[in-house]
Write a protein that binds this ligand. Sequence first.
Ligand code: MN
Length: 228
Amino acid sequence: MSDYVIAPPRIVAVPVSGGGSFPVRRIFCVGRNYAEHAREMGHDPSREAPFFFTKPADALLTGGADMPYPPATGDLHFELELVVALGRGGVDIAEMDAPACVWGYAVGLDMTRRDMQGLAKKAGRPWDMSKGFDLSAPIGDLVPAERAGSMANAALELRVNGTVRQSSDVANMIWSVAETISYLSGLVRLEPGDLIFTGTPEGVGAVGRGDVLEGRVGALPALRTRIA
Ligand code: MN
């Protein structure tokens, strides 16, 4: 018998390819993890330690559902990313122990209100509302790590209405998945159920209502969503 005074919030979960669902605790996102994307955003990729922001777990959009065009922006950008799901956590995780923390992988989109983010950067304000708005994190089905195999080399490709807009490889990440987990676990305690959006390559751009986004990372199940 709980003594909650209202009904508790629902547990957010991501479907697993082949059955079951993965309950989500937190979503961490890596900023500027591909050199060419850092350059296209006006930064020098060689001089930065990894940095992170978060999205709320209930920002996830699963099952290929339509993504409603969000309010308060005229510049909604896509960022195709490899998503890592943690089955084990910890603090100060050594790089060599990080792979054992990975439960699985999925394809994700870090949707961004780029106009709002630009203003926030200029004003020195937080990114929460430009990155963590409702349904800002479409995600494909998760694949367990043992079935996905090594994701150290995997082609990333995002198509909008069939046209390739982003094309790179996971191998081009500045900070590898293991380095990212290790670094992040020095900042906060990681827990099972955490997701990490590992950053986007170059080619980010705007989409509008009616556009269909299709993202692929290696052989992971493709992510498809339509902006509604
Ligand atoms: Mn991103």
